[in-house]
Design a protein around this ligand. Sequence first.
Ligand code: CP
Ligand code: NVA
Length: 310
Amino acid sequence: MTYQHFLDLSDAGANAIAAMINDAIDRKAVRARWGKGQPDGDAPLAGKVIALVFEKNSTRTRVSFDIAMRQLGGTVLFLDSSSSQLGRGETIADTARVLSRMVDAIMLRTDDHAKIEEMARHASVPVINGLTDRSHPCQIVADLLTVIEHGKALPGLELAWFGDGNNVLHSILEAAGLMKFNVRVATPAGFEPDSEFVEMARAGGATVTLTSDASEAARGADVLVTDTWISMGQADAAEKRSAMEPFQVNSTLMVEAKSDAIFLHCLPAHVGEEVSEDVFEGSQSVVFDEAENRIHAQKSVLLWSFGLLG
Ligand code: CP
Ligand code: NVA
């Protein structure tokens, strides 16, 4: 069976991402009558096993990959750095070669993106990025699915990002170039996304606006997105927190957006910091649809990685 690594959205490309979203919509629709632990009727990954390897904490990514794999008929095993030999210095290259003899796919959440590239170089099974310091592509497949489910088409969509120019934003920018939507990025000076991702989006035809004015970014936007000000592995600096304060997504900012705009957050959220409680709990917030969609998106990513989609 052919397999494909999913380290970033560009590994799949626009057509495969569209296919992932469509398949997720179809599989989600027919699941309504089934229990969460019951496999899809076709169980396309029956007999397959994936190793979920975590060098950082996770709730959604861990649970959604586990449930997604079970719903596709497969099984999972979980490894973390504290209880595996990875935490005692066994190399990524050796871990990749050993796991490839034992499992059919590897999902890795790690700090340094170079580690997942190393894993992919040495693995002979598909490797999937479950978040690195550079990107979070699985999250963005779920986010695009959520946007579409809420009645918004991707081409021409105006998405506004507030706060830190982090890994989640990088994958949004990568998606923007592939799926032809526009991104307004509002960050404090010094916390902009890597220019590589801005250039990638622009090269794909997306309009990307970089600003330090949150209201300018929010004006007329279809989707407002934020994330923690301090990502896993980053220093929790008081200066950074204070620079981020004007970028909180709150009701004053929401009224600048279109009246049917939606609010996204990959979670975990820090209510009262990057988002106010009234927005987080408000009618425009679709964060729990977004979290559930991690399962449906993960299933598509898994099928694509196994060469069964797109
Ligand atoms: N959004 C997300 O990736 O959540 P977890 O860190 O809980 O996996
Ligand atoms: N930017 C966050 C996302 C967590 C899902 C982090 O890297 O910690």
